[in-house]
Ligand binder design. Structure first.
Ligand SMILES: [Zn+2]
Length: 323
């Protein structure tokens, strides 16, 4: 896989600082993960590109942008008729409060607004031209009382069974002729993107070999977790998870306000050199994505496999960025 120059700003948009606001817009699938304050102000008319929202949980810094999002989609200068689906962890009382508020204040919307409660392990079909992509939820550990969810975008793919992997094309064709395709090729599920909210370290089994893991990283040093929140993650824990899950690219977000951009760069860089990590790391600081120099000291590049197709998409321009 060739490495492209760092292109992430165009493919993903987002904002994240712990406690203040977190949201991430995945343009290829027109999906918004969490809906923190300021998302509409930042995306402007791009909000008309959003088709589905997936909320990790109901804390204010992850849902405060919903009210304005629905309002702009109703009144702004864009396609006001496209349906908007808001998916959220089943029974999350705080999300229900916002849902009720919107029902009372926005009784006549120009588009259909669908609220979809989700349980762990549930799948949601995504608009994909080949119909092979879907989203699957998994349980995360965050607040004591409320269900919180993480989300995988999964692609149904096929590959050669191990016993045929070393053969040349002619031999593979022969094997398919002799044994039938099903004996030679096997289906598998590739996680192409993972969003975990601002939870404790994610369960490795749920995110194995994700091409692009978005993992919260509130604290860079263990001793900084002074208030013992124990509901977020510390850098070393996150790197353990990314390593064990054999992810390709790791995006760190939800960084505590106590760190400057330079501190993030230097502390994460040190940790990666110490470990000889085999994956690439990018961090979201405010509304900008920063790649870290790789282990050889070359400036950051991004293996595009996790997000490469984001740019080729044109569907999200339907209502986007028109005056
Ligand atoms: Zn939270």
């Amino acid at each position: 896989m060739t490495k492209a120059p760092f292109p992430l700003q165009d493919q993903l948009r987002g904002f994240s600082r712990a406690l203040f606001s977190t949201w991430l817009y995945h343009r290829r699938f027109n999906l918004l993960f969490d809906a923190g304050e300021g998302l509409s102000t930042s995306l402007l008319n791009r909000v008309f590109g959003i088709r589905k929202v997936f909320l990790s949980h109901g804390h204010a810094d992850h849902i405060a942008g919903l009210i304005n999002l629905v309002n702009i989609r109703n009144l702004g200068a864009g396609d006001q008729t496209t349906e908007l689906e808001i998916h959220y962890p089943q029974g999350n009382a705080l999300v229900e409060v916002v849902k009720n508020y919107l029902a009372q204040t926005q009784s006549e919307l120009s588009f259909s607004l669908a609220w979809r409660p989700l349980e762990p392990g549930q799948t949601v079909a995504l608009d994909d031209r080949r119909g092979k992509t879907f989203l699957r939820t998994f349980r995360t550990q965050h607040s004591q009382k409320q269900l919180s969810l993480g989300y995988n975008i999964v692609e149904a793919r096929s590959r050669l069974r191990p016993e045929f992997a070393a053969l040349g094309q002619a031999e593979i064709n022969q094997a398919i002729w002799t044994h039938g395709k099903g004996k030679v090729v096997e289906p598998f599920e590739q996680i192409i993107f993972t969003y975990g909210g601002d939870s404790r370290p994610l369960p490795v089994g749920a995110i194995t070999e994700s091409l692009f893991l978005c993992h919260e990283c509130t604290y860079l040093k263990r001793e900084d977790d002074e208030r013992n929140f124990h509901q977020h993650s510390i850098l070393d824990e996150v790197l353990d998870v990314a390593e064990a899950a054999r992810v390709k690219t790791l995006l760190l977000f939800h960084l505590s306000l106590r760190y400057t951009q330079e501190e993030v760069r230097s502390l994460v860089g040190q940790a990666l050199r110490r470990r000889g990590a085999a994956f690439q790391v990018v961090f979201l600081f405010g509304d900008r994505f920063y790649p870290l120099a790789d282990l050889a000291g070359r400036p950051g590049t991004l293996d595009p496999s996790g997000v490469s197709a984001l740019d080729e998409d044109d569907r999200d321009t339907a209502g986007e960025e028109k005056p």
